[in-house]
Write a new protein. Structure first.
Length: 319
């Protein structure tokens, strides 16, 4: 098909056919093309469902993010919510409100990124909705996953005395966003931060390992920044916490960029979002995987106390 052909001339059904032709559906599953998708139920398992909306101008800037990366990220941020419960992603639904300014080449690249990421995590696109938008691009993704009955880790499980841990470095994505918005020259470090911002890798295998670990009590993924995300665990669990700012894991790339551009690494690590690392609490005698970094402790009360600095490191709030 002509790569320059505009989406309008393809029509809704042409578009859906184009999307469907790129998807391979597992045996026993009914995917794109009927009124509903069907998925076999597995005994002893629970179904996890999550959905997220991405709006041009608030969650991404269409001129800045390559179509492939936007597709990748749209799938990744939702799969990360399944990882956050300790689940395994299985299927996704993708709804698009497409403005006329986008061509079929853009859609093909978007779908390539979406499907490449999905394939990596064994998540099959089974349906969605397609409509036109008068102005902005809107993307809604729903992901289904599964977890062993009773094993999903909730935000409400933290108890005083628990260690607070993260699965990997924080602040890289926020650093990448600074590189993009400030239009900084991109050396190897800056490029790596931009890649982490555009193409996060949800921590599915890490989440599955933590789900199977009894001592792990509460878990979520870090999408808004640990400063605000940790508060969700504290509120849901009715606890407080003490976090050592200097214990937050920082990548070498972020350290280098902070030196070069005069950024505050702890501000980026705390209040910058979109790292999609796991944040979890575990009983102190739990045998933790080597990639788990302890950053603090759950306490009685309801206060979130930072040690290691006098500054207030909040977190990103959309509203
Ligand atoms: P309905 O009228 O039942 O809502 P649609 O015409 O909207 O059906 O969609 C037809 C089929 O294409 C359905 O299986 C739907 O899930 C799928 N579909 C529509 N848009 C998308 C999309 N953007 N990505 C994947 N599947 C889609
Ligand atoms: Mg429809």
């Amino acid at each position: 098909m002509d790569r320059e052909m505009e989406l309008n001339s393809l029509g809704e059904f042409g578009l859906i056919r184009r999307i469907a032709s790129a998807v391979k559906v597992p045996d026993g599953v009914l995917g794109i093309g009927d009124d509903c998708a069907t998925l076999p139920q597995k005994e002893g398992m629970e179904t996890l469902v999550t959905t997220d909306m991405l709006v041009e101008g608030s969650h991404f800037l269409l001129d800045d993010i390559p179509a492939y990366m936007l597709g990748w990220k749209s799938a990744a941020v939702n799969i990360s919510d399944i990882a956050a419960m300790g689940g395994r992603p299985s299927a996704s639904f993708l709804s698009l409100a497409l403005p006329g300014k986008l061509g079929s080449e853009w859609l093909d690249e978007f779908m390539q990124g979406y499907l490449d990421l999905s394939k990596r995590y064994g998540c099959t696109l089974l349906g969605g909705d397609t409509t036109s938008s008068p102005d902005r691009l809107c993307i809604n993704v729903t992901v289904l996953g599964e977890s062993v009955h009773g094993q999903a880790k909730l935000r409400s499980g933290a108890v005083p005395g628990d260690l607070i841990c993260v699965s990997g470095p924080l602040g890289d994505s926020a650093g990448g966003l600074r590189v993009i918005l400030d239009r900084l020259e991109r050396g190897a470090d800056e490029k790596e931060l931009v890649r982490r911002h555009y193409a996060p890798l949800p921590r599915v295998s890490e989440g599955l390992a933590l789900a199977a670990t009894e001592g792990v009590h509460a878990m979520m993924d870090i999408s808004d920044g640990i400063g605000s995300d940790l508060r969700h665990i504290l509120e849901a669990s009715g606890t407080g916490a003490e976090v050592d700012l200097k214990a937050l894991p920082l990548s070498d790339e972020l350290r280098h960029c902070c030196e070069r551009h005069g950024w505050d690494p702890y501000r980026l690590a705390c209040s910058g979002g979109e790292d999609y690392e796991l944040l979890f609490t575990a009983a102190p005698d739990t045998e933790l995987p080597t990639w788990a970094k302890v950053i603090g402790r759950i306490t009685d009360g309801s206060e979130l106390k930072w040690t290691g600095s006098d500054e207030d490191y909040g977190g990103f709030a959309h509203f």
